[in-house]
Design a protein around this ligand. Sequence first.
Ligand SMILES: Cc1cc2nc3c(=O)[nH]c(=O)nc-3n(C[C@H](O)[C@H](O)[C@H](O)COP(=O)(O)OP(=O)(O)OC[C@H]3O[C@@H](n4cnc5c(N)ncnc54)[C@H](O)[C@@H]3O)c2cc1C
Length: 225
Amino acid sequence: MPTHSFTPTEKTRLRRNPRRAVYDRELIYEVLDEAMLCHLGLSIDGTPCVLPTIHTRIGDELFLHGSTKNRMFKHIADGAEACLSVTILDGLVLARSGLHHSMNYRSVVIFAKGRIVEGVEEKQAALKALVEQIVPERWEDARPPSPNELKATTVMAFPIEEASAKVRSGPPIDDPEDEKLPVWAGVVPVKLCSQPPVTDHAGLDVPLPDYLANYNLLPRVTLPA
Ligand SMILES: Cc1cc2nc3c(=O)[nH]c(=O)nc-3n(C[C@H](O)[C@H](O)[C@H](O)COP(=O)(O)OP(=O)(O)OC[C@H]3O[C@@H](n4cnc5c(N)ncnc54)[C@H](O)[C@@H]3O)c2cc1C
């Protein structure tokens, strides 16, 4: 049974602004589920590399997918440790002083070794979750992957065990003497949102599905079962 909170390790203990550290599993899972982008970082032959990717969470694991030729996955399969990071931007923080400008955010960092998902059922479930991370209810509508597509796709699972979150919220923090300056200061809230869908040019008159007509990118949190 997973604990409610992750234990900070040498790697995940926040040193800078530790009051912004959160190790609560529920919050970390909420951020992972709401975020649309994940960055996967690792060192390849001594060179650091960080690439953006789609992610999804099932239970206590984070799943990524890519081509079987994916260079990063090959190194992870050989035992390289990865660092995964997701960020949700919540606001632009405008202070009176230039250097006190900041952002409000919720971000998560995970250190983990990954495993290649070999079982067909688990692979299908992860691919479904990855598609539904983009648009819920899409999987049932789209053509299922062919055996060749499945063969050409690697799915990697990362245990969410060594994880941290950092959260900044609230107004700017100016030096007290700057508060008298006649400069506007405050927060511009930011929310990722979608625009109306644009039909492609295949020429078929397919009506817009309900799940897209009602689609937006506001939080759609799925907490663990
Ligand atoms: C949108 C955004 C903008 C930012 N802008 C800046 C900036 O301009 N300048 C700046 O210095 N910092 C910025 N940060 C904070 C930055 O991510 C680091 O937390 C900070 O730079 C401290 O780095 P460090 O190596 O000293 O961290 P340390 O505190 O030494 O990190 C130790 C461990 O704490 C955890 N940790 C650290 N940062 C995060 C995080 N953001 N999320 C989750 N876990 C974390 C990791 O497990 C890490 O291994 C920003 C963060 C976000 C999300």
